[in-house]
Write a protein that binds this ligand. Structure first.
Ligand code: SF4
Length: 192
């Protein structure tokens, strides 16, 4: 389990399954590269990255009052429901480890900061997402690909949809439940 999987499952269950089975997306995808650059360069004076199993927090600031402040740096609030779940998962993990923390979603390009607290509602949503990921990863094949707005910027786009592009020579199948099977040579090593 990881915060990243919580984020993915809130956007696309297929994406979460692929990531959870180590079928990694194309790492040089433009938006992934931009996201990494932002995380590496934003807020340079603040202590960076807390890495624990299943969680990698972008920013940590010294205790603010009596609570540790952790932050996630994002390019835009467009997927804020997923971002809140991811940060809520980290807050829950820290609380279970005896650490009181509060969170912030940071959007340096928009100069916006969104506070996130682990309310009972957010905790319930996080626990539901954890259960969903656990169930999903036990499934032998990924959920079918379904067109959603997030597909346009998804690093798995080619994996899910390239056979449907004009001129690809493939039949116009809309749902590719056998997507992995239909591209048997696809693997993380091949730079998906
Ligand atoms: S391209 Fe679309 S269906 Fe495929 S993993 Fe990404 S969001 Fe999900």
């Amino acid at each position: 389990m990881s915060g990243t999987l919580i984020w993915y499952v809130a956007i696309c269950r297929r994406q979460a399954w692929l990531m959870g089975h180590a079928i990694e997306p194309y790492r040089e995808h433009e938006l992934l590269a931009l996201g990494r650059l932002l995380q590496e360069t934003a807020y340079p004076r603040q202590r960076k990255e807390l890495s624990l199993p299943g969680m990698k927090v972008d920013l940590i600031t010294p205790r603010d009052g009596d609570a540790l402040l952790i932050g996630e740096v994002k390019r835009s609030p467009r997927m804020q429901h997923a971002q809140r779940l991811q940060l809520g998962y980290y807050l829950l993990r820290l609380r279970e480890a005896g650490v009181t923390a509060r969170g912030e979603l940071r959007y340096p390009e928009q100069r916006v900061v969104e506070p996130v607290e682990l309310t009972p509602e957010l905790e319930a949503a996080v626990r539901a997402a954890v259960r969903e990921v656990e169930g999903l990863l036990g499934e032998p094949v990924p959920p079918a690909a379904r067109r959603i707005p997030a597909c346009a910027n998804c690093a798995y786009y080619e994996f899910c949809w390239i056979e449907e592009e004009p001129g690809s020579g493939a039949s116009p199948v809309r749902e590719t439940r056998g997507g992995v099977r239909r591209r048997p040579r696809a693997s993380a090593e091949e730079g998906l």
